[in-house]
Design a binder for this molecule. Sequence first.
Ligand code: ZN
Length: 491
Amino acid sequence: MDNNLLIYNTLTRSKELFRPVHEGHVGMYVCGPTVYGDAHLGHARPAITFDILFRYLRHLGYKVRYVRNITDVGHLEHDADEGEDKVAKKARLEQLEPMEVVQHYLNRYHRDMEALNVLPPSIEPHASGHIIEQIEYIKKIIEAGYAYESCGSVYFDVTKFNADHHYGKLSGRNIDDLLNTTRSLDGQSEKRNPLDFALWKKASPEHIMHWPSPWSEGFPGWHLECSTMGRKYLGDTFDIHGGGMDLMFPHHECEIAQSVAAQGHDAVRYWMHNNMITIAGKKMGKSYGNFITLEEFFNGSHPLLTQAYDPMVIRFFILQAHYRSTVDFSNEALQAAEKALQKMLDAYRRLQNLKPSEKSSVEVPDFMARCMEAMNDDLNTPVVIAHLFEAAKIINSAFDGNITLSAEDIDRLKETFRVVLVDLLGIRAGSEGGAADTSAYEGAVDLLMEIRANAKASKDWTTSDLIRDKLAALGFNVKDTKNGVEWSLPQ
Ligand code: ZN
């Protein structure tokens, strides 16, 4: 299967023509959430970015196995090797089983992703469900000579690895610079070198999540789960590994070191990273008071928000920027996105009701081809959206009676919007974001409009007024225009 998809490979720092390892199949791994709290805006961007890639690869005809992991053990508070386990801490504070904490936040994460119309991945493996595989993987790294045991824990030997391979090639760092910016060991450390990272940690007595291993009763290091589960479900070499730019170092750098050490070669062909989100120019963080959860965006309850935002507005806003650019959230920017999305959806709805003419009075460009060209250019969604707005202009001119469109052109436009806006960009057309398919609902309202038009034509004002008034009472906006009736959903 051939395609013209160029994707930016973070490892080579260049756009490369996408060619999968196995003809017709794509293996794709994206680092998922650590489930110890509600999903916030920072979770939305990678989820949406790789949802677009997932949708597009499937559109190109590939059979895609998309793995997105759940980190439920080993993600420590201060860094990868230190502090309390985030899930365990939550469990201790709330007097719950760690798995209760995991399930609770995982359910909520799924609910938020569903609201954002992010498709579920093919496999969603838990780190805690792959302890045996992780232990086996550590054994391979020790056998290869790139890890050592110290006081019941096992550390990756970064110096030794760097002597044979380049540690830092993904993030463009080198070990000397890294050493200069790392605090030196205090003499108490179990590590040989401050850059060494834990593959296995011996559990301290208060640590509630631990498993037996050849080295100690303990738990795996955070970086290990992705190397292990990626290999288990996608094979020794797979196509795409994605995640947020903040994961590039140390997380993904360590993943590369682990797989080169254990398997003798890189496991991943294309590394992809989405850029970060700021809020009103500031990094998101608990200390800035701008840590807004997705639920708070959806219901407008956070003090920094002047209103609630439909999940589709959040999605559309994120897609208006290229995934490798930063995105800055503010009420003004979101309100602009809300207006733009409304404009797009209005055009889409008008398109469904356009009456074809004998022939088109203007030339309608091949918008589908243009959108695909932009998608092929490293998923350039802002350009895709710009093309759709060009198409919307033509639809609006036809709706206003300034131009005519042939049935064939109308069908091509319908196909473009259905494929690009609905299937690829994943915008729920005409929905308030929550419900699944709203076409039945819209069809029912259109039917009421038709009955009302017939009633008016036969001067049955009682019926026509009844329909208008009842819909108005439900919050619908019904407008009579010279080209017929226009309606919009309750706000
Ligand atoms: Zn990961």
